[in-house]
Design a protein around this ligand. Structure first.
Ligand code: R5P
Length: 298
């Protein structure tokens, strides 16, 4: 197996290569003075035509240029005669625009999946926002809420796993079930007379309970901070937050910290890691390795 790393995922790709006994093909990358990207794969002595080629990149930070870099690498591999291409992209950008919410909008998630799927045999990602967008069976969505909950369990006792909304329920259920824990999701309700918004769990009482909130993405931290405040008002004891993709933009870490969170557990899916004592990263390379082995043996 040959691995062609994108610049956001090079360190992870080196680790994957060790675990899969694969060879890394270096990529020469240049940025032209006008900002355009140039890539060239150095394939000396490799059998690109016969081997399985893993193109591995993740698309945060710099979603737009990572996307272009990845599709340029893919085209280069195809031009060199590559036939068995497996694309590994732990963080797929634009996935939250998964339908037309307002007339005139694109379905960005479909656009990105279509561009990436062209010419590949399989795609692998981690905890995509809405798995429906991968309905094409060429893609495997790797849930990591089991390893997130495992890491969070150090900080809580007999916790309830809570999804901040119904859309995140499946990942909460998976994380909870692998550890035999209770799970629920939050329902947001607006009082039609006062306009006040309240959030409460669908079924479980959380009074006096420890909580692990599970979500796919933390971006500005607004969703999580709001959920934490409501859970505290409902009597939650200790709250730990876990997410598959911690983008942590616009002061998200401080926002979540000041909502009263003890720990933020993040899967190591991005090309950036934040150095803050509240954050703990969970390695997902072994999970990726298992899925890569599974899909390449089919
Ligand atoms: C929304 O449906 C997603 O699952 C996340 O909850 C959301 O994108 C998080 O964004 P933010 O951290 O900005 O609230």
């Amino acid at each position: 197996m040959l691995i062609v790393p994108g610049s956001n995922f090079r360190t992870h790709a080196l680790e994957l290569a060790k675990k899969l006994s694969a060879k890394i093909l270096d990529v020469e990358k240049k940025i032209f003075p006008d900002g355009e990207i140039y890539v060239r794969i150095k394939s000396t002595g490799s059998n690109i035509r016969e081997d399985t080629i893993l193109i591995a990149n993740t698309m945060y930070p710099d979603q737009n240029s990572s996307l272009i870099e990845t599709v340029l690498i893919k085209d280069a591999v195809l031009n060199m005669g590559g036939r068995r291409i497996i694309l590994v992209v732990p963080y797929l950008p634009y996935m939250r625009q998964d339908k037309v919410f307002l007339e005139g909008e694109p379905v960005s998630a479909n656009v990105i999946i279509n561009i990436l799927s062209e010419g590949i045999e399989k795609g692998i990602t981690v905890d995509v926002h809405n798995p429906e967008v991968l309905k094409d069976r060429r893609w495997t969505n790797v849930l990591v809420s089991d390893v997130l909950v495992n890491a969070a369990l150090k900080y809580v006792s007999n916790p309830v796993i809570i999804a901040p909304d119904k859309g995140a329920f499946e990942r909460a259920r998976y994380g909870a079930n692998t550890h035999g824990l209770e799970f629920d999701y939050l329902i947001k309700e607006r009082d039609r007379v006062t306009g006040n918004v309240s959030i409460k769990p669908r079924a479980l009482s959380i009074e006096g309970r420890d909580i692990i909130i599970i979500d796919d993405i933390i971006s500005t931290g607004g969703t999580i901070a709001e959920a934490v405040r409501f859970l505290a008002r409902l009597g939650a004891r200790r709250v730990v937050v876990a997410a598959s993709h911690g983008l942590m933009v616009k002061g998200a870490i401080d926002k979540i910290r000041s909502a009263g969170v003890d720990k933020i557990i993040l899967a190591d899916t991005l090309g950036v890691k934040y150095n803050d004592p509240i954050i703990e990263y969970v390695d997902i390379i072994d999970k990726l390795k298992d899925v890569i082995e599974e899909v390449t043996q089919k």
